[in-house]
Design a protein around this ligand. Structure first.
Ligand SMILES: [Fe+2]
Length: 236
């Protein structure tokens, strides 16, 4: 891994203001590869906010210059799928295509369990099996169930959700947790793009509440964070 997992509390000087602004934005669910909806990248909404936040995020890992990196920074809202607490958890995944990622929690009174968990593949399970999308009975497009629930359609049809849940259970059973970071207001968790992870939970008491975060995907970087030390020892 090129980027250490870092948990840092008190990320924004004024998180209330960031939250307030986040709540005024429009949200979309275009590609269906994550639960909930996201805003447009803040780069296009408020350049100053984007530059300051992204620079601060990158500083968690090292002394990077502005030309060293590029990243996507968006607000994300996640609501529950239905009233079954067991379905309202993350599908364990890697952030494929991102060098690293970060999540900043922006709910002042969040359920602590609505944070982020890291996982590893259980001993004895081949990586290829963990990566393979679970089989379902809907024909050739194995991603059908995933897209239907998470994509544009945002299906909440009980049958679709049942199939989604069954597939998620099969998939998530390949992993065991290695880290559980709680949802604390203004905390950031940052991690490598290959790190297996997921939302620990996002079950709410009603259909209207949501989990608000800022999510970052580092799309390019000049050098890995692990290479920022110049030590000569063989062991350290
Ligand atoms: Fe992710």
């Amino acid at each position: 891994m090129n980027f250490q997992t870092i948990v840092h509390d008190g990320f924004f000087n004024n998180p209330d203001k960031v939250r307030e602004w986040g709540l005024t934005l429009d949200y979309y669910h275009k590609d269906g590869t994550f639960p909930g909806v996201r805003s447009t990248c803040t780069k296009f909404l408020h350049k100053k906010f984007y530059e300051a936040s992204a620079t601060k995020l990158m500083a968690l890992w090292g002394n990077y210059k502005r030309e060293d990196w590029d990243l996507q920074l968006q607000f994300q809202k996640i609501k529950r799928f239905n009233d079954n607490p067991d379905i309202n958890i993350g599908w364990i995944h890697q952030d494929t295509g991102a060098e690293a990622a970060a999540v900043i929690y922006l709910d002042p009174d969040a359920d602590l369990n609505h944070g982020t968990s890291h996982y590893r593949i259980k001993p004895g399970i081949a990586e290829i099996d963990a990566k393979q999308f679970p089989k379902n009975d809907k024909g050739e497009d194995q991603r059908w169930v995933y897209k239907k629930v998470l994509g544009e359609e945002q299906s909440r049809d009980p049958e679709d959700l049942k199939l989604y849940y069954e597939n998620m259970k099969i998939h998530n059973a390949h992993f065991e947790p290695t880290l559980n970071v709680k949802n604390v207001y203004n905390r950031v968790i940052a991690y490598d793009g290959v790190q297996w992870h997921g939302q620990t939970a996002f079950h709410m008491d009603n259909d209207d509440d949501f989990r608000l975060t800022l999510v970052a995907f580092i799309t390019s970087i000049s050098r890995p964070a692990t290479k920022r030390f110049s030590l000569n020892s063989r062991y350290i």
